[in-house]
Design a protein around this ligand. Sequence first.
Ligand SMILES: [Zn+2]
Length: 230
Amino acid sequence: MADTVLIVAAHPDDEVLGVGGTAARHVLSGDAVHSLIVAEGVTSRSLHRDAVQAKPSLAQLGSEAARAAAELRLPPPRQLGLPDNRLDSLDLLDIIKPIEAIIAEVRPQVIYTHHAGDLNIDHECVHRAVLTAARRLPGSTVRAIYTFETVSSTEWGSLELSSGFRPARFVDIGTTLTAKLRALEQYEMEMRPFPHARSVTAVEALARVRGAQSGMEAAEAFGVMYELWK
Ligand SMILES: [Zn+2]
């Protein structure tokens, strides 16, 4: 039976960097894939958050996100529009509640979200919020939560605050890596030239390394928060 999958990412591009190849595989398997982006992106680049001034950039980022999703044959991501790189200024409950509402609406079996030890504070907040929103209550539809790595954040996280990203699940993305890289190319505002960690070349290199670690041409790697067999 087809699954419903929910990707919960902090910023536009994280959903592709972390799980783009696997999301495309889910689509090929007939699963329904939804993505939710919690923070608005962009506004942290100026000294003060000015959503009005940032409006054209946010609109461009929104259309880049929709084009990236289309490359993976996903619907455009839903956006919560919370303050970029300032999620730690909110009560965690104000992040948990809207995620809970979307879980109740979409009823996913599988959730992908951020690794907790990333350098980016929004990634940590989203991780915590998702684990709370998808806690293992009677009647919950969620059977598994997996965490993804995000280049230019996971590998820069403090090794004194976290034990690092230790994946236990590897997904073959040999057939979907090209679509993932094309999706990333849509994010002109976010991607950087190599040797920046957030470059198409570096993302492909990581996919090849994860593949080589698991006997595949290319892979995405995930941490396992829980898996239930119901
Ligand atoms: Zn991010």
